[in-house]
Design a protein around this ligand. Sequence first.
Ligand SMILES: NC(=O)c1ccc[n+]([C@@H]2O[C@H](COP(=O)([O-])OP(=O)(O)OC[C@H]3O[C@@H](n4cnc5c(N)ncnc54)[C@H](OP(=O)(O)O)[C@@H]3O)[C@@H](O)[C@H]2O)c1
Length: 325
Amino acid sequence: MCIFIDCLLCPTVIWSAVIGIGVYFLKDYMQGGQFTKETNETGKVVIVTGANTGIGKETAKELARRGATVYMACRDMTRCEIARLEIVKETNNQNVFSRELDLSSLASIRKFVAGFKAEQQKLHVLINNAGVMRCPKTLTKDGFEIQLGVNHMGHFLLTNLLLDVLKKSAPSRIVVVSSLAHTRGAINVDDLNSEKSYDEGSAYSQSKLANVLFTRELAKRLEGTGVTVNALHPGVVDTELARNWKFFQTNFVKYFLKPMLWPLLKTPKSGAQTSIYAALDPDLVNVSGQYFSDCKPKEVAPAAKDEKVGKFLWAESEKWTSKSD
Ligand SMILES: NC(=O)c1ccc[n+]([C@@H]2O[C@H](COP(=O)([O-])OP(=O)(O)OC[C@H]3O[C@@H](n4cnc5c(N)ncnc54)[C@H](OP(=O)(O)O)[C@@H]3O)[C@@H](O)[C@H]2O)c1
């Protein structure tokens, strides 16, 4: 017994316990704002893009738990169906559907929208969540730089094609998952498609700035329609987002940096909270053109307030996405 107490009081055990408890509370603290209002979403129809993993999957799951009819719009139907079955099992909501949507293809986006409209008369919430980060230089099927193409252009077309049904379903909401990375972004008006030069990080930041500029310009265009649109930063979340970032695939990151950073990262469930807040909080029914982080409003970067650039981006996006197949 004495040996046992001695052992419990030895410095190694005490320090391990202190560090363990410290890490636990740090991880808990880093989860950030949570959306705790209970709402019932039965009868509401929702689309979540990129819903098979990460923040999108947790968002879809929570909306299903609250009774909504959820369309999981994914590019990989095998992964989508696995996630859908998990959500149905956990929430007991049978109104969860997997549908194919590849945001790197204008044809796929048009096909998805046509299929959705054939099935549903209403759409109450559209969550533009899907995204790619720091990809090596790649083009979408229509020749757009992939990060701008998927993160902004694809969602630009998707949203515009769904506006009629969103307006018919008002009050309705559009949620755009942007990032704090928008603060490092610039819209390259002379080389929007990164044809002259390409940097993986700048292209990601540009696409996330485009998300905020799009949100603000769309909010103006939707005034008086009952459709709101807001953007957000989900936090720094432990998901698959860095899968294309070569540095993140190194052993140094996998076995040293990531475990060290683990206490600072949000879980995907916590990362979904601001999307759910923007989609559902009754207090936001008339709030549009805003940017949120940790379930509260946050100021955007000065570049995101540049209306001239916002209009340039809108005009270019219209031109690019109006290409026929
Ligand atoms: N994680 C963070 O720390 C963080 C921080 C700031 C902002 N964000 C933003 O949060 C959003 C969600 O990211 P995440 O962290 O959850 O990353 P994730 O785990 O990699 O999930 C991204 C989702 O987007 C889908 N996607 C990618 N390309 C697509 C395409 N062409 N068409 C349709 N879907 C596509 C992916 O599908 P597949 O699985 O089939 O590839 C996946 O479902 C992104 O917009 C991201 O920029 C994340």
